[in-house]
Ligand binder design. Structure first.
Ligand code: NZQ
Ligand code: ZN
Length: 390
């Protein structure tokens, strides 16, 4: 058990901390900024005006790249790089959810790369440097606000690829829970499903690590399970939104990773779904995760881990067989996703059939067994997990 814990992102957490601090932080690097944001939410909620006013006050010249799609496109990354180069902009500010932040990250890295940014996304080891990235988070979900990852889609090739590089950590992130008050029920639910999945991907790991980290993950999972229904019921509940927001960051900022090598299982399967059908990331994860769990518990060696999950996260009674306890934990997770969060339970309900499963599974396995995950999967295993989602 040995690891380096070094997160270079400064976080301002709380209400109205943007004022004076945003300009002050950006000014350390540049007096011009590229503002990257999505379609309409930040204007509707009044955050756009607040950000512009703050940047004006700080005498920072603002250039804009708007309309970033959920599942952000490499075409927007390339556009952003071009704007930065043409105007000698030396800082990128994302205001939005994971999609705007991820797009900003590869704009920052793409600035220092002479060819199509898609190259960098496929081969993040080619990243050499990045413009400083700043974020004002508006949706608790991905953890992008405090991690070195970014996921970009290429619509022409049906590819969605995640890249990781130390240069991609935001320099400063502003986490104001009130900026998530306007997030819809659906996006709140999908965001919570994403946070839960990040925690599960690290909890069900083939690598032994500190017991402490398992305990933290269980606490974070319980926090999401407790506060999601409260945020769904009352979107302006500050305590609920604050708990979800900070959990999203802690789930993926390395805190619970310790010395575990990343061995994720459901995310690679979900990224294929989003790549082929452009679905919401968290929804895909909610549909896949319980089916993947049932695949895992076919191996008796995995049952004790699922038993611990069921007891410690969902308080399942220990007064029954191990496999019953494990199965009840999975049922509780399903209840959370499909009843509490009201997310669609099957791929069929969202118009997906089995026609692409073969190709999607092939892209994951590349003709081999997919073994950089918790329970290794053959191509046929992956197809059967997708089919169980129909
Ligand atoms: O486009 P706008 O109008 O801004 O609306 C967005 C979008 O439609 C809306 N929204 C965001 N904040 C809002 C709001 N609506 C009302 N009020 C607010 N305060 O929500 C919709 C989804 O936004 P998006 O940014 O796409 O969501 P999310 O944060 O879930 O990001 C998803 C992307 O991040 C990737 C996913 O694959 C996906 O591409 N991921 C990034 C990761 C990372 N960087 O570490 C890890 C994750 O596993 C994930 O893969
Ligand atoms: Zn995710």
């Amino acid at each position: 058990m040995h690891f380096i814990y070094d997160i270079p992102t400064k976080v301002y957490f709380g209400k109205d901390l943007l004022q004076n601090n945003l300009s002050k932080e950006i000014k350390k690097y540049s007096d011009k900024v590229l503002l990257v944001y999505g379609k309409s939410s930040i204007k509707k909620m009044g955050l756009y005006d607040k950000v512009i006013e703050e940047l004006k006050k700080g005498k920072i010249e603002v250039f804009e790249l708007s309309g970033i799609d959920p599942n952000p496109r490499v075409t927007d990354v390339n556009k952003g790089v071009q704007i930065c180069r043409e105007n000698d902009i030396k800082a990128v500010l994302a205001v939005g959810g994971g999609s705007s932040i991820d797009c900003a990250k590869f704009i920052g890295a793409g600035y220092y790369y002479d060819s199509d940014a898609w190259d960098l996304i496929i081969y993040p080891e080619k990243v050499t440097n990045s413009l400083p990235i700043f974020s004002v988070l508006t949706l608790a979900a991905t953890g992008s606000e405090m991690d070195p990852n970014a996921v970009i889609s290429n619509i022409t090739t049906n590819e969605k690829i995640g890249g990781t590089h130390r240069c991609l950590y935001p320099k400063v992130s502003f986490l104001d829970p009130t900026n998530t008050f306007t997030v819809s029920e659906y996006q709140t639910a999908c965001g919570s499903a994403d946070i839960i999945s990040h925690l599960i991907e690290q909890y069900f790991s083939p690598y032994e690590d500190l017991e402490l980290l398992d305990n933290i993950i269980e606490g974070l999972l319980k926090t999401v399970i407790k506060y999601t229904p409260i945020a769904l019921e009352n979107p302006k509940d500050y305590t609920a939104r604050a708990n979800l927001m900070w959990t999203s960051s802690l789930a993926l900022n390395g805190l619970v990773e310790g010395s575990k090598i990343q061995a994720w299982s459901c995310h690679p399967l979900e990224h294929q779904l989003s790549a082929f059908y452009d679905i919401t990331h968290g929804l895909g994860l909610a549909i896949l995760t319980p089916r993947w769990m049932r695949f895992c518990i076919k191996n008796p060696e995995n049952i004790s881990r699922f038993k611990r999950f069921a007891i410690n996260v969902f308080d399942i009674s220990e007064n029954q067989s191990d496999i019953e306890i494990a199965e009840k934990g999975i049922q509780k997770l399903e209840e959370f996703f499909f009843e509490t969060c009201k997310l669609n339970k099957t791929l069929s309900e969202i118009g997906i059939d089995d026609r692409d499963f073969e190709e999607m599974a092939e892209r994951i396995t590349g003709g081999k067994v997919f073994d950089t995950c918790y329970e290794k999967m053959t191509k046929n295993d992956i197809i059967s997990i997708y089919k169980a989602c129909l």
